[in-house]
Design a protein around this ligand. Structure first.
Ligand code: CDM
Ligand code: ATP
Length: 289
């Protein structure tokens, strides 16, 4: 059995649009969204143990190890495989902000499921890992899915989608937005008209045209003024939007030099960076379909 995997990426996602189309009896919201992978990531190291202990080896301020989605993902896989003797030491190097709408915690969990399924040789299929992931969060199945997607349901019903190659500028407005607060807002509209995947055949239009919107944006922008300010600033350069439930906002550009130009003008109060669109999750090859 291979003993370790180092520097496993857990990439960020952007929601190119995000429509809230209804609400389930359990309070979860029905969505339609396009998930786009980008090449900015957390990084995780895994070393197998044979004593059943799952341990996070580093401190993450604000996230106790036992509640970390990474540790919970490993324990879920251990139980699903019926192999209590399998364990792991896991190091998590965060680069993605928490409560940023970039899916950082969800991506860490998905990377853990894929890496440990490989290292432990537990042999779960992609569909089985996605089902486990859904127990951890609505965004986890997408990261296990392995490529860009049109998502429906609460985000678990996924269709592959080829998106356009481009560069994104992403602004971190400096606030952490709790997803549950945005979804529970009285001001959230929950009746956006359903779209079909054939309504946006030109991936290009999703980036530079005016197709779709993020229904969570007005709510987050109102409750978190720095989000509104970042959107307003970035809109002067193109079709800027918020991702997920915020706080991060992004804008797409065809060429890297355009992204560099925007970053040069960025007010110093914000952390901002560029990232390239990716078509495939870098660990997709670890899992059998
Ligand atoms: C906003 C998105 O990031 C879009 O990709 C996701 O829908 C959120 O996914 P996530 O962060 O994995 O969220 P979860 O940890 O599953 O849910 C956090 C909380 O958000 C609310 N929630 C989340 C997803 C959803 N479809 N409807 C909801 O109402 C629920 O109150 C839930 O308790
Ligand atoms: N490994 C982890 N990394 C980050 N956050 C984690 C992790 N494990 C648990 N969490 C918890 O999850 C919360 C949300 O973090 P995350 O980075 O996933 O937010 P997000 O980018 O807004 O997610 P989404 O786009 O899915 O709404 C954090 O505030 C933290 O309490």
């Amino acid at each position: 059995m291979p003993a370790s995997l180092f520097d496993c990426p857990a990439p960020a996602k952007l929601n190119l649009f995000l429509h809230v189309t209804g609400r389930r009896a359990d309070g979860y919201h029905l969505l339609q969204t396009v998930f786009q992978l980008v090449d900015r990531s957390d990084a995780l190291d895994f070393t197998v143990r044979d004593d059943g202990i799952v341990r996070r080896t580093n401190d993450i301020p604000g996230v106790p190890a036992d509640t970390d989605l990474v540790v919970r993902a490993a324990r879920l896989l251990q139980a699903a495989a019926g192999k209590p003797e399998l364990g792991a030491d896991i190091a998590v190097r965060k680069q993605l902000p928490m409560g940023g709408g970039l899916g950082g915690g969800s991506s860490d969990a998905a990377t853990t499921l894929m890496a440990l399924n490989h290292l432990w040789q537990t042999g779960l299929t992609r569909a089985q890992l996605m089902a486990l992931g859904l127990q951890l969060g609505a965004d986890v199945p997408f990261f296990v899915f392995g490529g860009n997607a049109f998502a429906q349901g609460v985000g678990e019903d996924l269709l592959p989608l080829k998106t356009a190659d481009c560069w994104f500028v992403v602004i971190e407005p400096g606030v952490s937005v709790p997803t549950a607060i945005i979804f529970s807002s009285q001001e959230l509209t929950r009746d956006t008209k359903l779209v079909k995947i054939t309504d946006f055949p030109e991936a290009h239009n999703l980036l530079y045209g005016d197709f779709g919107k993020n229904d969570l944006e007005v709510v987050a922008a109102k409750q978190f003024p720095p989000v509104a300010e970042a959107i307003k600033w970035l809109k002067t350069f193109g079709n800027a939007r918020m991702t997920g439930s915020g706080a991060c906002v992004f804008c797409a550009f065809e060429h890297e030099h355009q992204a560099d130009e925007v970053l040069k003008q960025m007010p110093s109060k914000w952390i901002a960076w560029k990232a390239k669109a990716m078509q495939e999750h870098p660990l997709a090859h670890l899992t059998k379909s």
